[in-house]
Design a protein around this ligand. Structure first.
Ligand code: IPM
Ligand code: MN
Length: 340
């Protein structure tokens, strides 16, 4: 299989300790991979004036097989336009054209859900990652009384993310939109329908976004893959996270045709850094998604099985606030002891 080359963005706040924990687990499952550190995030921006240097973006596009990224962002570090300097959305997601933000929502054994009777929860949100409302990032037009942000939907951008969703589906893809109100979402639905015709064996359904928020709480077991516009995916993936023990347990893959990075969906929680509190499970599951992407799905499965085993046995315990007993190092060691 050869050794894969992986870029590491350790990130801000709790990022470095989470990435270390993920590397401990990866080391046990795969042996040493070829790692190259990339300096990126809010701390980098504060030090250098750029959140990620162009040559590092290029490295992620062409010089590595994938990137493992910790959370980035610091509350006091902002771009001149007021958005968070650590937010790599513009540089990495759009810059590398990583159009599918893949967010599995999986209720693991031993984890308590915010739902009283959750049943099995195992679905994946595929969030469009390069357009939608986020295409307006930093470009809102107006004055101090009113600002307008624009939601962009293109045929090509929608078709490729819908295709990605269908390729991932086991039985059904749900199109989530607000096409009863927004023309941009109506185009999303139209293109979804065209793409669906190429996948006759996969069922389809349409659920408006407000109804989807309700359905993900009331009947999460009904879903397989859901595909949606960028901002809807941002909101509904945190809702999903709350039903499976909190967003600290949730991973994501940002995937394009050239490059991909894998991260937890939560933020950098600087107040928790280096206090033995941070929960590395989302980061470790992100590393498992990276292994899948590299064609090492059996290794990804071993990571997920070890995480599930450690949680089920109570060897890893998550507090109601999402923090982990013992902190990232202890959690990684506990998970390693469940790797077979
Ligand atoms: C996420 C995050 C980011 C987003 C923030 C940090 C800009 O919430 O990955 O879901 O909104 O996409
Ligand atoms: Mn989010």
């Amino acid at each position: 299989m050869g050794t894969h080359r992986i870029a590491l963005i350790r990130g801000d706040g709790i990022g470095p300790e989470l990435v270390d924990a993920a590397l401990t687990v990866l080391g046990t499952v795969t042996g040493e991979l070829d790692y190259v550190d990339v300096d990126a995030g809010a701390g980098t921006y504060r030090r250098t004036g750029v959140a990620c240097a162009p040559q590092d973006v290029e490295l992620m596009r062409t010089g590595v097989d994938a990137t493992l990224k910790g959370p980035v962002g610091l509350p006091d570090v902002r771009f001149p336009d007021g958005t968070e300097a650590g937010v790599l959305g513009g540089i990495l997601r759009t810059g590398l054209d990583l159009y599918a933000n893949v967010r599995p929502v999986l209720l693991l054994p031993g984890v308590s859900s915010a739902l009283a009777a959750p049943g099995p929860i195992d679905y994946t949100i595929v969030r469009e990652n390069t357009e939608g409302l986020y295409a307006s990032r930093g470009k809102g037009v107006g004055n101090r009384w009113a600002v307008s942000d624009t939601l962009l939907t293109t045929r090509e951008g929608t078709a490729r993310v819908c295709r990605h969703a269908f390729e991932r589906a086991r039985r059904k893809v749900t199109c989530v939109d607000k096409s009863n109100v927004l023309r941009s979402h109506a185009l999303f639905r139209e293109v979804f329908t065209e793409v669906a015709a190429d996948y006759p064996d996969i069922a389809t359904e349409f659920v408006y976004a407000d109804a989807a928020a309700q359905a993900l709480v009331l009947r999460p077991a009904d879903f397989d893959v859901l595909v949606m516009e960028n901002f809807l995916g941002d909101v509904l993936s945190d809702l999903g996270g709350a039903t499976v023990g909190g967003i600290s347990l949730c991973p994501a893959g940002n995937i394009g045709d050239h490059g991909a990075y894998f991260e937890p969906i939560h933020g950098s929680a600087p107040g928790l850094a280096d206090r033995g509190l941070a929960n590395p499970v989302g980061q470790i599951l992100a590393a498992a998604m990276m292994l899948d992407h590299l064609g090492r799905g059996a290794d990804g499965d071993r990571v997920r099985a070890a995480v599930a085993g450690a949680l089920a046995a109570g060897a890893v315990r998550i507090r109601p606030d999402g923090s982990a007993e013992g902190g990232p190092g202890a959690v990684a060691d506990a998970i390693v002891s469940f790797v077979d």
